[in-house]
Structures are given as C-alpha cells and as structure tokens.
Design a protein around this ligand. Structure first.
Ligand code: ADP
Length: 346
C-alpha cells in the first residue's frame, strides 16, 4: 500500500512516499520543489520522479495521497477530502490566509489529476479535540464563538509525534500507545500512574508550545489562528486585539494591508529589522546588532512564558522536549529557554 504524503506551501511542494510492508512504515522516496511554482507542473514532476524511480507505474498505483491540512469550519480529525471539506476549509481562509489557500488549490489539482485516488487530510487542529473548554474559549460574545472564534491549536502532527516518541524514550509504552491510538479511541487507552507530563516546544519558522498529559494535549500556545502564540519568522504571534482598530484609525491603513503586515512583515523579521532566519539573528546578535538581540530575547521570553503556563496547568513537568528547525538545531536557544528553571526540576 503506497501512500504519498504531500506538504503544500505557497512557494513549495514537498513529498514523501511511504509503503507499509507487514504493517511497518517504510519511506521509499522524498523530494521537493521550492520557489514560485507552477503547481500543476510541480505535481506532474513529482509523480514523474516516483515513476522514474520505479515506485509506481501509474498515478492510480497510489493507495491514497495524505495532506497535513490546517483547519476547516465544522470539520476536524482525519477525513476524506471531498468538495464539501474543501468548502469548509475555504470558510476559514481568513483565519489561515498563509496556509489554507495553497492547500485548497493543491488538493483540487491532485483531485483533477487523479480522480480515483482517495485524498485524505489530517487537520492540524485534530490533536486539540480533547483540550478542556476552559483552555479553548475566548471571552467573546457567544455568536462569535459559534462562528469559530476560539482557541484551536496547530502543529498537531508534530506535537502528537512528540507525545508518542517522548513517552517511548522514557519507557512509558502505555502512554505512547494512548497517544498513537488517540484518533481511534479518543484517548481512552488505559495508562499507569504516575501521569506523564510533557511540554513540547516546536520551535521553527512557525512555533508553538503544547502541554501534554498522558499523550493528550491540555492546551497550546497557538489560539484562533496559526499567526498567534510565539512570534514566528515573519508572522506576528500574540497581539492584543485592540492594536488593530487603534492602528487602522491612527494610520489609515486598510484591513488588507494590516493583515499583510501581520502575516509577512511581523514576527522575528520585524523585531530584528529584517532577519527572519534564526541563524542570521544569532549571527547578527553576536556582532552586536541590538535589534537582532532583542528578537532573540523576545522569542525566548515568550517560550518561557508558555513553558511556565503548562507547568502550572499540569502541576509539574516530566519532560521538556524541543523539536523543529530551531528546537533541534539551536542549542543556545534551548539553553536560554531552560536557564534558571531549577525550581521546575530542570
Ligand atoms: P518551518 O516552520 O518553515 O518548517 P523549520 O522547522 O525548518 O521551519 O525551522 C526554520 C528555523 O530553524 C530557522 O529559523 C533556522 O534558523 C532554524 N534552523 C533550521 N536548520 C538549522 C540548522 N541546521 N542549524 C541551525 N538552525 C537551523
């Protein structure tokens, strides 16, 4: 059973092809195209590579194509991507303007190209379906909540993997199994005492921190949209909602322009004066660039804010886990997030 998993960005198409001999996952192929893409051509070229490598003879040899879809109104979990689901995703384009449109476009192109192959999406919000209401509700009019204005949470695939893997590394196979089966049984797989409390820090171009008790999320730093929480490369992170009406009235900018600035010209890029890659920010910081140093400090401060939040929610932490481009590769950031946390046992 060969399954192609496609990661669709506005300027990239990345993929991996998996096979499952004897129920074991095996990756057969991976690749990607970057830059401003002719998407139909990129999809065709991806499939051509799989054929040239001898993994498939025709498109219909794929059992399914999987997508790490972001969010949709009234749809969550792991679902077949039909036109109804794509319309539900479109209804939330305004919340995820950088993420939903490229997925919708790409999925429609896959559907046109291979109408007989099932297309399946696992929504990034799926991992947060069991977060208590106290941690998901904003204090807004009920009618806004009914429209979808609540904390959703994202990076679900990454944090769920962290829930599984970190439990395995601590020898808690019971918790790893609960996390693995979460979308099958809603987190009811029995686990032993004591609770395993994990704080998972996904720090990358886009960052979020999630508290996980016994394999199930208790809350996360991202709220309504993937623009919220920690500052991202060029997306804003948390911002008091009154900033927007204040700025629009004070400067006369339109809503569209404000949205563009928050999605493309904010975050670490705005703080540091133009550098969004943390490697550049660190290098500039060591050269004495004060704005780059400030960007670093704001990022670390926000990360510590969320670590502290989940420490309180879970009455402690057994594992603090780092992942994604920054989390994996930037020891200086890990060190700064962990400094002076001996009270937490770190
Ligand atoms: P995305 O959210 O776009 O998938 P990544 O998880 O790849 O982003 O994270 C990108 C960030 O990770 C960048 O700020 C970059 O500086 C940092 N990063 C990625 N790889 C490395 C590396 N090998 N060494 C240091 N930093 C890295």
């Amino acid at each position: 059973m060969k399954i192609l998993v496609a990661n669709l960005g506005s300027t990239s198409l990345k993929w991996r092809l998996f096979d499952f001999p004897n129920g074991q996952e095996r990756m057969l192929h991976k690749g990607g195209f970057f830059g401003l893409l002719d998407y139909p051509k990129a999809i065709g070229d991806c499939l051509a590579q799989l054929k040239e490598a001898g993994h498939i003879e025709r498109d219909s040899d794929l059992a399914a194509v999987g997508f790490k879809t972001i969010m949709a109104r009234g749809v969550n979990g792991c679902v077949r991507l039909d036109e109804d689901v794509l319309k539900a995703m479109e209804a939330f384009n305004g919340i995820a303007p950088a993420h939903n449109p490229p997925y919708i476009n790409g999925i429609r192109l896959f559907a046109q190209r291979m109408p007989s192959v099932p297309l399946v999406g696992l929504f990034e919000t799926a991992f947060y379906q069991w977060v208590p209401a106290a941690a998901t509700r904003y204090a807004v009019p009920e009618a806004w909540y009914d429209l979808g204005v609540r904390r959703w949470g994202f990076h679900g695939a990454s944090h769920k993997f962290m829930a599984e893997r970190s439990a395995e590394l601590l020898g808690r196979e019971d918790v790893a199994e609960r996390a693995r089966r979460l979308y099958v049984d809603g987190g009811t797989t029995p686990v032993r005492k004591p609770d395993l409390r994990v704080i998972s820090c996904h720090l990358g171009g886009s960052s979020s921190i999630t508290g996980i008790r016994n394999g199930v999320a208790v809350g996360t730093s991202m709220g309504l949209s993937p623009q919220s929480g920690l500052p991202h490369h060029n997306r804003v992170g948390d911002l008091d909602s009154f900033a927007l009406p204040f700025l629009m009235r004070a400067t006369g900018i339109t809503l569209d322009e404000a949205e563009r600035l928050m999605c493309q010209e904010s975050g670490l890029k705005a703080l540091s004066g133009g550098f969004n890659d943390v490697r550049d920010i660190m290098e500039q910081g060591t050269k004495g660039n004060a704005r780059a140093q400030l960007a670093f400090e704001v990022f670390v401060h926000q990360a510590r804010h969320w670590v502290g939040s989940f420490f309180a929610q879970m009455n402690g932490v057994d594992e603090l886990v780092f992942t994604a481009g920054i989390g994996e590769n930037q020891p200086a950031i890990r060190r700064a997030v962990c400094r002076d946390l001996d009270t937490l046992g770190i």
